[in-house]
Write a protein that binds this ligand. Structure first.
Ligand code: PBG
Ligand code: ZN
Length: 325
């Protein structure tokens, strides 16, 4: 007698499906982005990222307390300085907004892990991720010196991990050396290795006041048509000392996450960016999709091979998981 293959057998009950499920979202995989601003008493919802806020330092502490209560222990900090200049000096000032936020968090919480984004675009008047030459081109090697300074000042202020997002060549090796020289051998680097020149960053640029004043970022961020190039970037970053490599955005680049997983044996992070959040949030608000789509989408990133997911949905995910979704 011919035996019919019956994969459906394993789908016959919820308990059984749980038993054989390959991929799950774990709270400990999630990193929540937070935006910190100058001033006092500020908690203002970000119009382009509903449900996310600009916090002044004290209010940020209250939010971190809420996150801890939910079981979210990993955050990534973005700073919005009041003053911008040619060289982004607020980015590496000891009294910069991120540095002050770091010290405050570290003084108040021992069990929250703080990652900082290292870039210059929020801090430069022109809004580019580096130092400009006279003809308006981002100067790679000149920029490295500033990235090194930013990383060291974050580490001094208590950053647990730094995450350079500028896409300059050689940045990981340069930052690693700068950190080591100052005694921060223990601070890991999460490299934005495959960061694409993406329209999905739109809501973030409004949230972080970091849109370039002219031109675009295509001379440093990756072309969405490329995949092999991402593997080359990942390999270089690991060689230069990256502890974790990242793919950004996540949703339209699941194939890249999978290639990283198959090619490299370091932890992989996926940044589910502002446009991905906005897209789903708006569709849910309109009643076009059930909220469950948040879990399904996040799960796709894990299934593609991500160990770590940076997501504006972290709080929603906790709530949905608690509801047993
Ligand atoms: C820039 C930076 C960007 C994001 C974080 N840091 C993208 C950009 O403006 O090029 C995007 C994050 C998001 O969209 O959620 N260094
Ligand atoms: Zn930048």
């Amino acid at each position: 007698m011919d035996l019919i293959k019956r994969p459906r057998r394993l789908r016959s009950s919820g308990l059984l499906r749980d038993l054989v499920r390959e991929t799950e979202i774990n709270l400990k995989d999630l990193v929540y982005p937070l935006f910190v601003v100058e001033g006092e008493g500020i908690k203002t919802e970000i119009p382009s990222l509903p449900g996310n806020y600009h916090f002044s330092v004290n209010e940020l502490l209250e939010e971190v307390e809420v996150l801890r209560g939910l079981g979210i222990r990993y955050i990534i900090l973005f700073g919005l300085p009041d003053i911008k200049d040619e060289v982004g000096s607020e980015a590496y000032s000891d009294s910069g907004i991120v540095q002050r936020a770091l010290r405050a968090i570290k003084e108040n919480f021992k069990d929250v892990y703080v990652i900082t984004d290292i870039c210059m675009c929020q801090y430069t008047e022109h809004g580019h991720c580096g130092i400009l030459t006279e003809c308006g081109y981002v100067h790679n090697d000149e920029t490295l010196k500033y990235l090194g300074k930013i990383a060291v000042s974050h580490a001094k202020a208590g950053a647990d991990m730094v995450a350079p997002s500028d896409m300059m060549d050689g940045r990981i090796g340069f930052i690693r050396e700068a950190l080591d020289k100052e005694g921060f051998e223990g601070v890991p680097i999460m490299a934005y290795s495959a960061k694409y020149a993406s329209s999905y960053y739109g809501p973030f640029r409004e949230a972080a006041h970091s849109a370039p004043a002219f031109g675009d970022r295509k001379s440093y961020q990756m072309d969405p048509g490329n995949s092999d190039e991402a593997v080359r970037e990942g390999a270089l970053d690991i060689e230069e000392g990256a502890d974790i490599i990242m793919v950004k955005p996540a949703l339209s680049y699941l194939d890249i996450i999978r290639r990283f997983r198959d090619n490299f044996d370091v932890p992989i992070a996926a940044y589910s960016v502002s446009g991905e959040y906005a897209m789903l949030k708006l569709a849910i608000e309109k009643g076009l999709m059930k909220e469950d789509v948040i879990l399904e989408t996040t799960l796709s990133m894990k299934r593609a091979g991500a160990d770590i997911i940076i997501t504006y949905f972290a709080k929603d995910i906790v709530r949905l998981l608690k509801q047993g979704k």
